[in-house]
Design a protein around this ligand. Structure first.
Ligand code: DGL
Length: 274
């Protein structure tokens, strides 16, 4: 493989997965990236297993056809509902966000009791609970459907968002879960709320960002996949990032910047035929 840079494909229902791309860029700047945001069909968080699975497989095929050598399923909902289906359909390694997030939470939690927040669909799938119970950790999952639209509105430091988060977390940490000591951010949008959630969550609680945990797992996967010399030598060069969006390119640039923390330039519209 020489000194070729690996191409990592990142998939999400929309803009939120850019929080995962951000974590990947920080940890693995020696790769190039292609990002697929299925903005025309978002949100996934309120859709069925069948629909999310079908959409996610189409996106995975698209990324593979455009050169992805590893697929990162940044969307918690797509991972929770369809990781097995995506992995079966793909010809390259697939990394989802649930297992890395659960592994970090299990490592961080001293009481072996954790709260996970996510979309309605992620919570109903119980994917996080299964992954945590397999590690000897008791989990309570709490759907927080109002948080995604509030983040997309840009209200990440807003009194309304703070009040909404306070109500959700009071319910999640109530009734026998006062001693849970980790909060897993099981949705792409929630890392933007980290400062607010730190204020609102009980003070003894550690926040586990599954975006960061996932980036660490992808980095390990790449070390296995690529020859060390080829992987290391191009560290100097900046990553190339290409974005594909199924809805408005202009909107993707505008909202994307907020999630990624810098300009989103090279965006191409994709029309996926049903
Ligand atoms: N990307 C989704 C997730 O992480 C949130 C947005 C949506 O519902 O599509 O669960």
């Amino acid at each position: 493989m020489g000194t070729r840079r690996p191409t990592i494909g990142v998939f999400d229902s929309g803009f939120g997965g850019l929080t995962v791309l951000k974590a990947l860029l920080e940890l693995i700047p020696e790769a190039d990236y292609i990002y697929f945001g299925d903005t025309a069909r978002l949100p996934y968080g309120s859709k069925s297993v069948e629909t999310v699975g079908r959409y996610a497989v189409e996106a995975a095929h698209y990324l593979e056809a455009h050169g992805a050598e590893v697929l990162v399923i940044a969307c918690n909902t797509a991972t929770a509902l369809a990781l097995d289906r995506i992995t079966a359909a793909a010809h390259v390694p697939v990394v989802g966000v649930v297992e890395p997030g659960a592994a970090s939470a299990a490592a961080v939690s001293k009481n072996k009791k954790v709260v996970v927040i996510g979309t309605e669909a992620t919570v109903s799938s119980h994917a996080y609970r299964r992954a945590l119970e397999a590690r000897g950790v008791e989990a309570r999952e709490k759907a927080c459907p109002l948080l995604v639209p509030l983040v997309e509105e840009g209200w990440v430091e807003h009194a309304v968002t703070e009040e909404v988060a306070r109500i959700y977390l009071a319910e999640a940490f109530g009734d026998g879960f006062h001693d849970a000591d980790a909060l897993v951010l099981g949705c792409t949008h929630y890392p933007l709320l980290k400062p607010l959630l730190h204020r609102v969550a009980p003070s003894h609680v550690s926040i586990v960002d599954s975006a960061e945990s996932t980036a660490r797992v992808v980095s390990e996967q790449l070390q296995k996949l690529l020859p060390p010399a080829g992987f290391q030598e191009e560290r100097r060069a900046l990553p190339r990032i290409k974005f594909f969006a199924t809805d408005s390119v202009e909107k993707f640039r505008r909202l994307g910047q907020r999630f990624l923390g810098h300009a989103v330039d090279d965006v191409q519209h994709v029309d996926l035929k049903e």
